[in-house]
Design a protein around this ligand. Structure first.
Ligand code: 0WD
Length: 261
């Protein structure tokens, strides 16, 4: 069913065809949305252009959210093609690799803490501030990506968990602030998925095995499953949902204890 026909979506955070943002792009496209993309740096440009082409899009713009003015410049360029759009996907995060292992109190630096929060959480606020005038249409929807480490203590996830807690609070405050313009803001808390960003997290393979063994559904999630949930949140069918963290994690977040056997 093409329930996103006529909607336009801007997607930030594609680094490869394993990226969660790519699963979201394919799903949005399959549901009828028109897409535009950003890439973080020149190294990723060609790859993102190729993936955009697969979705029938030739709107591919540079945007490094850590650079002052980059979001504004990207939206300025986008406005040359689209005067308004309906869906904004924020699927990016960063923390220094060396801080994503070991003991949180020993490993976390002030610079790493600020960088993780700035790129992984503040960027969503800046994007919403800048994009709000362009987010029009029947039921505009902003979607970000979080992880269970925002609300639970996790090995190795460290400063990124604290940044994700900030992101989830950010989503609630943005939902509150943008609600008066009928803009909804939600995030999807995804189970672990092997992507480039995940490769930076120590013992990631063990996390995948643990979820497969212990989640209610006894399997890991795919970027397609996350993508289809994003498509739902972006659709008019989700017009009553805002400020939420929706778990797409095979139910792992509800368990109180791992399997006994
Ligand atoms: O298990 C996972 N993979 C999970 C990821 C579980 C739950 C949540 N997430 C989140 C991540 O924290 C992130 O917010 O999903 C989001 C997307 O992550 P991903 O799809 O796992 O990762 P990846 O394919 O690497 O794409 C993220 C991209 C970056 O890739 P690299 O690997 O080069 O860091 O985010 C982009 C970058 O392209 N990114 C930026 N984009 C613009 N400006 C910036 C930046 N400063 N920094 C990173």
């Amino acid at each position: 069913m093409k329930n996103l026909a006529g909607k336009k979506a801007l997607i930030l955070g594609i680094a490869s065809n394993r990226s969660i943002a790519w699963g979201i792009s394919e799903s949005l496209k399959n549901h009828g949305a028109e897409l535009a993309f950003t890439y973080q740096n020149e190294k990723l440009k060609e790859r993102v252009e190729k993936l955009a082409g697969e979705c029938g899009s030739d709107i591919v713009l540079p945007c490094d959210v850590s650079v002052d003015g980059s979001i504004n410049q990207m939206l300025e360029k986008l406005s040359g093609r689209w005067s308004e759009f309906d869906i904004l996907i924020h699927s990016l995060a960063f923390a220094p690799k060396e801080e994503l292992e070991g003991n949180y109190i020993e490993k976390t630096s002030k610079d790493g803490f600020i960088q993780a929060h700035s790129i992984s959480s503040y960027s969503l606020l800046e994007l919403c501030q800048e994009a709000q005038p362009m987010l029009k249409g029947t039921n505009p929807s902003v979607i970000s990506l979080s992880y269970l480490g925002a609300v639970r203590g996790m090995p190795n996830y460290n400063v990124m968990g604290v940044a994700k807690a900030s992101l989830e609070a950010n989503v609630r405050y943005l939902a509150y602030a943008m609600g008066e313009n009928n803009i909804r803001v939600n995030c999807i808390s995804a189970g672990p998925i092997k992507t480039l960003a995940a490769a930076g997290i120590s013992d990631f393979r063990k996390m995948l095995d643990h979820v497969e063994k212990n989640s209610p559904l006894k399997r890991n999630v795919t970027i397609q499953q996350v993508g289809d949930t994003a498509s739902f949140l972006a659709s008019d069918g989700a017009s009553g949902i805002t400020g939420q963290t929706i778990y797409v994690d095979s139910g792992f977040n509800i368990i109180g204890m791992p399997s006994i056997d």
